[in-house]
Design a protein around this ligand. Structure first.
Ligand SMILES: Cc1ncc(COP(=O)(O)O)c(C=O)c1O
Length: 270
């Protein structure tokens, strides 16, 4: 790269990622939902008050889970802002939905809430909202529209870890939300993401969809004596090695934010 160019992104490394990764490897439970995944889940639920979180292999995959959870069908319409990354809408297109693009605000790439109602039809199922570059969309207006027309709000919070709307963490307001821990984001695990479930009715099915359509999570909690195929699904859970990297990355975020309590939470040995 020439000296005249500024690189798009340089991942911030703490130097201790490999220490956490080694610890994960030594647990000999390096598939999904190991010790480090649990610590990340606990962190996100305690720190941001998210009702339920599930680490995923990417934000794209978290959005795919959201599309399945709201039962997206061919012919459904989903409203999304035109200025976003392809993943915001791919998941819904894959399940046969038609994307209706809405204009952005003049001052930001966020969805212009004043232009949404004219796009709603009896086929509209959901609105995908991107908090572009971590700047909050007008969530009060969006939730009001959702209530009026019985629609789901899915927050594409790929850019929005530790960002807030009127004091509430982004990702905690819509029915579902998806975060990214891709190398280009503030908190990273190389590739990685997270689904946040704010509406309880999706919790049980989300676990199943993430685990290849099986009730394996319930089995590991001792709630069923064997697990089987109970629904559609895919393999959306990341290796615990990635969760180890993510936990280290979260620690750095908290250092930046000087949140002592959460620093302590993160520094506890896994
Ligand atoms: C708005 C938005 N949504 C979704 C994604 C996809 O994230 P991931 O790479 O974790 O799948 C991105 C990636 O940059 C994004 O910018």
């Amino acid at each position: 790269m020439s000296k005249r160019h500024i690189g798009f992104n340089k991942p911030y490394l703490t130097g201790k990622e490999t220490k956490y990764i080694l610890e994960s490897v030594e647990t000999r439970k390096i598939s999904g939902d190991g010790l480090f995944t649990k610590k990340c889940h606990e962190f996100f639920e305690k720190k941001y008050g998210f009702k339920k979180v599930l680490l995923t292999t990417s934000c794209t995959d978290a959005l795919e889970m959201a599309a399945i959870l709201i039962d997206t069908q061919p012919g459904d319409e989903v409203i999304a802002q035109g200025y976003t990354f392809v993943s915001s809408v791919n998941a819904f297109v894959l399940r046969g939905a038609k994307i209706i693009f809405c204009d952005s605000e003049t001052e930001s790439p966020n969805i212009d809430v004043n232009k949404i109602e004219e796009l709603i039809t009896p086929k509209t199922k959901a609105i995908i909202v991107v908090h572009y570059a971590g700047i909050a969309a007008d969530m009060d207006a969006l939730m009001k529209i959702a209530g009026k027309y019985n629609l789901y709000i899915i927050e594409d919070a790929a850019h929005s870890i530790d960002s807030f709307y009127k004091g509430r963490p982004l990702g905690s307001i819509g029915h579902l939300a998806a975060f990214s821990f891709h190398e280009t984001k503030n908190v990273i695990s190389g590739e990685g993401g997270m689904l946040v479930i704010n509406d309880d009715k999706f919790s049980g099915r989300a676990e199943i969809i993430r685990e290849k359509g099986t009730n394996r999570s319930a089995f590991f909690r001792g709630e069923v004596d064997k697990y089987g195929w109970v629904d559609i699904g895919s393999s959306f859970l990341p290796s615990d090695i990635l969760a180890a990297f993510l936990l280290r990355s979260l620690r750095i975020l908290m250092t930046f934010r000087k949140k002592k309590t959460y620093l302590e939470l993160l520094s506890q040995e896994p």
